[in-house]
Design a protein around this ligand. Sequence first.
Ligand SMILES: [Fe+2]
Length: 282
Amino acid sequence: MPTSNKSSGKFRRAKARHLLFTTGPNKLSGGRLFRKHFDQSINLHNVTIETPKWPTAFDGLRIGHVSDFHLGDLMPINRALRAVELLKTQEPDIVVCTGDVVDLYVDGASPLLEALAAIDAPLGTMLVLGNHDELDCDRTLTTMAKNAGVQILRDASCRINHRGNTLNIAGIDWAKTSKQCRAKVKSVCNEETHLLLSHNPKAFRVASELGVPLTLSGHTHGGQVAMPNRKGANLAVARGYTAGLYEKNDSRLFVTVGVGAWFPLRVNCPAEVALITAKTTG
Ligand SMILES: [Fe+2]
């Protein structure tokens, strides 16, 4: 078993934040905060994304996009499995998860990864890691994903052959800064890349420069608190791409607000699983 990072400063700081913003306030509220949080529904978000650069052979591809489960205190396994079940009813052609499978501890992630694989999408289930996935032990999570039948892209790309056509997918590990994103995206994308998976939406800056048709991200949770009917006006103010669809030339970015949360509050920003229909206008 690979060694965990539990003794690292990063893990300890994340645990302290969890106590301060999540378990502590919940205790003070007598458990009311968690109960209210668990009462909130997880929505299905249908999105159509069009670009002339999307490959004609995959016109109309239905991508099931989930992100930021944060399995742990705020996401018991049964709630996570309900979200996966909701996506399964949509029969997506491919399933992608853009990271933060777990909140702190990797223990217990296998049933969720197995459920994502069991959607049994014809083009498979893909995963990239988020910042929270690295807190405890990214290598254990990687092994869990592989054992579950989930293809994990760690600064890597793959070719999916389907009915004689090829879909090129690239995925990067967590990268915090634009500069780190730039280096990673440049190492895995080329002019043939159709789809980039990156936990951090900042990767879109370089992906759009390279002409990647579609980038899918998470990480922001849409700030978890947004203005009514304005997903883009939210608490994730320090970030450029916070929620929803963005365009630059012929490249597109979709940032899902995610399934889970890192503190027990969501206002005008409901948890979601996304079903994306990717279309070409070429
Ligand atoms: Fe997250």
